[in-house]
Design a protein around this ligand. Structure first.
Ligand SMILES: Cc1ncc(COP(=O)(O)O)c(C=O)c1O
Length: 448
């Protein structure tokens, strides 16, 4: 009996693969990893320029993290922080986190991942206003945004509604979407820099229209992640910070993907010198070695919540996850991981701008640090995206050549976009190898 085929057939019938057609898989079974390289069950190797879901920031096989987890597991595998209990590892983890988050964000709620963190951020924001005696509950977010798959996070998510998650409604109420900062598909039909940053100003107009007394928070990703690694214009975040402060609306930065060095700084908001009121983290907090997340928030919110009883999760402050996060954060600092992301990212962006943007079907190269992307289009003048079948073919051909990249489909995002989000520890040589594999594949795309 061919056990490999039997297993993959069984998988198809019994395991649902997120963001994939139910009842199907892509036939690839990954069983090992070392550095930036993954190996499948047939021994084929892939340079992982996805870092899976842009989360394995330190690459595979980091013994120090595994040892830290094992040590904690042997000492105390689990204890709750419900009902006032704590554990030493979560305290140490929070202290280290406070030394890394932007100044002023030193109060934490711990979770098991991104979506739970976003749900917690919404609850914190709404509860803060509630305990102040205000009925501010509305959450404004962006079309093209991704905030997770649980129902509140999904309600805030703007991209792909009606596609991948159709049938999940009705979603919770009180969520409002406004156009994003994707200049390539500007909803206002304008072009940067002559646009006067309409996308940011529209936030102010929306808060005014809804009534500032009803709006609790605005949430956005510092760069659009799942929509294709799309950075905002430089003025966007400072303007948004100002608008939120003026209208007494809390600003939530969803740094689930951008946090922990992905953009070449510990947190992406640092590129624009702004501090949100709440900052959501997950993924890179443990380099994905264990599921963990945290929402950090400021003194004002903490003082507003003080003395009240908040909700939580069984695994809030899980000591083994906290141990993984502690060790991961130690490595980020010790090895200058964010600095490496900035250096290698700059090199890749130079090559992408110089060699790739000139290809007939590649346009709008961009990104920050190791969060890079480019549109692949049938026509640069009409900006016509390729259909999902073509983006799937790009992914497949890259895989055949030993490279994992992620393509964002035209069906779920404004355009077809190829994303590059490798582990932050990659070398210049690995970056060049990946681009050398990708370039002929993209050069082979046919313009209309
Ligand atoms: C910006 C952002 N927020 C939230 C999430 C949801 O995180 P999780 O899948 O851990 O629930 C993601 C996941 O990709 C994300 O990119």
């Amino acid at each position: 009996m061919d056990t490999a085929n039997t297993a993959i057939d069984w998988d198809r019938e019994h395991i649902l693969h997120p963001l994939y057609r139910v009842g199907e898989n892509n036939g690839v079974v990954i069983d090992e990893g070392r550095g930036a390289v993954l190996r499948d069950r047939n021994g084929k190797e892939y340079l992982d320029f996805r870092a899976q879901l842009a989360c394995v920031n330190l690459g595979y096989g980091r013994r120090e993290i595994v040892d830290a987890i094992a040590e904690q597991m042997n000492k105390l595998p689990y204890t709750t922080i419900f009902h006032g209990f704590s554990n030493s590892t979560v305290i140490e983890c929070a202290q280290r986190l406070a030394g890394m988050t932007p100044a002023g964000l030193a109060h934490f709620v711990f979770t098991s991942g991104g979506s739970e963190t976003i749900e917690s951020a919404f609850k914190i924001a709404r509860s803060y206003w509630h305990f102040k005696g205000k009925a501010k509950y509305k959450i404004i977010s962006l079309y093209d945004s991704y905030h997770g798959m649980t129902l509140g996070a999904l309600a805030a998510t703007g991209m792909g509604n009606g596609n991948a998650w159709s049938g999940a409604g009705p979603l919770p109420g009180g969520f409002i979407h406004i156009p994003s900062y994707d200049c390539y598909h500007c909803a206002f039909g304008k072009a940067f820099p002559g646009c006067d940053i309409q996308c940011a100003r529209f936030l102010g107009a929306t808060i005014a229209k809804e009534g500032p007394d009803s709006v609790a928070a605005f949430i956005a990703e510092p760069l659009l992640g799942v929509s294709g690694m799309i950075p905002p214009p430089p003025e966007y975040w400072p303007l948004v910070r100002k608008i939120c402060s003026e209208h007494k609306v809390l600003l939530i930065a969803d740094e689930v993907m951008t946090g922990f060095g992905r953009t070449g700084k510990p947190f992406a908001v640092e590129h624009w010198g702004i501090t949100p009121d709440i900052l959501a983290m997950a993924k890179g907090i443990t380099s994905a070695y264990l599921p963990f997340g945290a929402a950090a928030f400021n003194d004002e919110i903490f003082n507003g919540l003080k003395g009240n009883v908040m909700l939580g999760l069984t695994y809030s402050g899980h000591p083994a996850c906290a141990a993984a996060a502690l060790k991961t954060m130690e490595i980020y600092v010790k090895e200058g991981v964010a600095e490496n992301a900035a250096r290698v990212g700059r090199h890749m962006l130079d090559r992408l701008n110089g060699e790739f943007n000139g290809l007939p079907c590649v346009d709008n190269v961009g990104g920050i640090g190791l969060m890079l992307g480019m549109n692949i289009v049938r026509s640069k003048t009409a900006r016509t995206p390729f259909p999902p079948a073509v983006t799937a073919e790009v992914e497949k051909r890259a895989m055949e050549n030993g490279l994992l990249v992620r393509c964002m489909n035209a069906a779920t995002t404004p355009g077809s976009r190829v994303a590059l989000t490798p582990p932050l520890t990659i070398t210049l040589a690995e970056a060049d190898r990946a681009l050398d594999i990708l370039k002929p594949i993209l050069a082979g795309l046919k313009a209309a």
